[in-house]
Design a protein around this ligand. Sequence first.
Ligand code: SAH
Length: 214
Amino acid sequence: MNEEAERKMQFLYALRSKGVTDHAVLSAMEKIDRGPFIRGYFTDRAYDDMPLPIACGQTISQPSVVGLMTQALKLSSRDKVLEVGTGSGYQAAILSCLVRRVYTVDRHMRLVREARMVFDQLGLTNITAFTADGSHGLPDQAPFDRILVTAAAEDPPGPLLAQLKIGGIMVLPVGQSDTVQSLIRVTRHETGYEYDEMRPVRFVPLVEGLGKDS
Ligand code: SAH
């Protein structure tokens, strides 16, 4: 087996051993190479199951956490999804393989610009990336079938709850940034919202307003 095939096999093995079992999610993660989303010093760690630093003091999430969050969304190929926290664009790229349309927003213009370049390079045409404060959601495109937040808020932001369709699912980390946060899944029913706590996680904070570069 060549080095690349072996790396890919180990990457998938790490995902499965951490609980990523959904076949569609695994095959999206097999298809999308994490390498192009990591620029700078850490490119040789792209296939390790660890978060890594990216520009603007942010991080690209750990692949197994990307897999678990994606799986928790229970996606269908017709879904319109909002991601808050584009970062490197890796999570949005995984989502784009599984659903009809992905809207992703980040408060840092530089991250959005760089992620767009990778989406173009990989021919991922169903992702639209905006520079915006995602805590307000994207009212012009709402409602969404699914919402994924990849930065931690103290509580689920009200506008995001409001922009979820009935029957829709939102996955997000909640809690204070310097303590352990919980990954939760919110399902919107006709009569209200159901909350499931999934696991402890650690994400950068959801910050209000645009980044200084924007
Ligand atoms: N999903 C990313 C990792 C996200 S890191 C990936 O796959 O690489 C969290 C991101 O959330 C950071 O890029 C940060 O700039 C962004 N963020 C924090 N607060 C935000 C807000 N209010 N609106 C939009 N993006 C925000």
